[in-house]
Design a protein around this ligand. Structure first.
Ligand code: ACO
Length: 399
């Protein structure tokens, strides 16, 4: 509190910090990152351990409650999520209003905002029961919404959730099941999806989480706040990067064109998408785990030739002084697009596959924000560079 009132030469001290590079806006006990060492932990558990041993819903529980669930707690949580998977029937009218080629992230953003009109009790966020119910609703419905957005774009009939499948398996089922034939995903693909979901579940005060917290700060409900998070995530410098990586790999096309591309990056013509991170100045620990998943998935689906281009780019990136001196390493998005494509997703779904699991992180951060007595409406300062006060010019006197 004292820091907020530091006065220098009679003026309140303000820091000029575009992008909040050096500004902490909250105390948080959810996710820990050491960008220098390449460490990521949820509630104190290293990400590699969670990715190896947990399911996504177990991790979502951990983020929300602060502790890993025991068997009974996990079974209860899975049951609650399963019960809330269906979308409100009238939401299908909202979906029907979008053009067939609408970006699925736009559909997601608008539909999550629309959830508030179906569940107005989300405004009672001070009531822990109402808050928990709406968090459960959102986490449960995101895969259904994402699958519906996908199938709408393909002009295919929607497939309702199936209670006999777990969270990720059901998601794949709703996306890809053909007619009434049951879609049996290979367990290795379901596991790859679980791992990707775990890796994407939270990442402390990233751009979209900051958007969620900022929108929540003016007294908004969970759905409105998370729809803002989806909007922030949609940008190519954030969640949209994996889509951009695949586009970049396609444009490069073959290994022999990599040096030319690298020269273009160094000349400032383009960026190497999937490289660099605001916080990680070392190899992103999530990228390491995803790189391993790529191998597992390609065992099932066959190898995508673009993998060779990606590996060659990474090799250059790790050796070339331009990247080394700026401490640019592969981030979570560098390899994830290759997996998504192998699983059968078109590029416009990639960011959706980030938004679905990030929902648990947003919900945990939302909950932390609104129960934090230190917090207030988010309202940064500015340094005004415009005109000093001047006289109004009547229309007839203007040039
Ligand atoms: N390719 C080439 N050069 C880069 C890259 C890149 N991917 N990223 C940063 N640089 C360079 C910048 O040009 C700048 O160089 P300069 O000092 O000579 O001007 C220097 O590295 C620092 O870059 P900033 O943009 O200041 O770093 P910032 O922390 O603001 O940006 C960001 C981080 C946005 C992730 C950036 O690295 C980037 O654009 N990466 C590509 C997009 C991407 O992969 N985004 C996904 C991030 S992970 C996520 O959101 C889940």
């Amino acid at each position: 509190p004292e820091l907020r009132k530091v006065i220098v030469d009679g003026q309140p001290l303000a820091t000029f910090d575009p992008g909040f590079v050096n500004t902490a806006v909250c105390h948080s006990s959810i996710t820990y990152i050491d960008g220098e060492a390449g460490v990521l932990e949820y509630r104190g558990y290293p990400i590699a351990d969670l990715a190896e041993h947990s399911t996504y819903l177990e991790v979502a529980y951990l983020l929300l409650h602060g502790e890993l669930p025991n068997a009974a707690q996990l079974a209860q949580w899975e049951l609650e999520v399963t019960e809330h998977r269906m979308l409100p029937d009238k939401l299908k009218t909202v979906l029907a209003g979008f053009p067939y080629d609408a970006h699925p992230m736009t559909i997601l953003m608008a539909s999550v905002a629309a959830f508030f009109s179906f569940y107005p009790d989300a405004q009672n966020f001070d009531d822990p029961d109402a808050r928990y119910l709406n968090i459960t609703r959102l986490i449960a419905k995101m895969p259904t919404l994402a699958a519906f957005a996908y199938r709408k774009g393909k002009a295919k009939p929607y497939i309702n959730p199936d209670d006999s499948y777990g969270y990720c398996h059901n998601f794949l089922q709703m996306l890809f099941k053909q007619n009434e034939r049951r879609y049996h995903a290979d367990p290795r693909l379901i596991r790859a999806m679980e791992v990707l979901f775990i890796l994407h579940a939270d990442h402390e005060q990233n751009c979209s989480t900051n958007a969620v917290r900022s929108v929540a700060s003016s007294g908004n409900d969970l759905f409105t706040s998370c729809s803002a998070g989806i909007g922030a995530l949609h940008g190519p410098l954030h969640g949209g990067a994996n889509e951009a990586v695949l586009k970049m790999l396609r444009e490069i096309g073959s290994v022999d064109r990599v040096p030319e591309f690298i020269e273009g990056v160094k000349a400032g013509k383009t960026r190497m998408m999937g490289f660099g991170h605001r916080v990680y100045k070392n190899y992103d620990p999530r990228a390491k785990i995803i790189k391993k998943s790529v191998e597992d998935v390609f065992e099932v689906t066959g190898v995508n030739p673009l993998l060779r281009v990606a590996l060659e780019l990474e090799k250059h990136g790790l050796e070339d002084d331009y990247f080394v001196s700026r401490r640019l390493y592969p981030n979570v998005d560098f390899y994830s697009g290759l997996i998504y494509e192998a699983l059968g997703f078109p590029p416009e779904m990639f960011t959706v596959l980030f938004a679905v699991p990030r929902t648990s992180g947003w919900a945990a951060q939302y909950q932390e924000f609104i129960t934090d007595s230190e917090q207030k409406i988010v309202r940064p300062k500015q340094i005004y560079t415009g005109y000093q006060t001047r006289s109004y010019v009547p229309m007839e006197a203007r040039d």
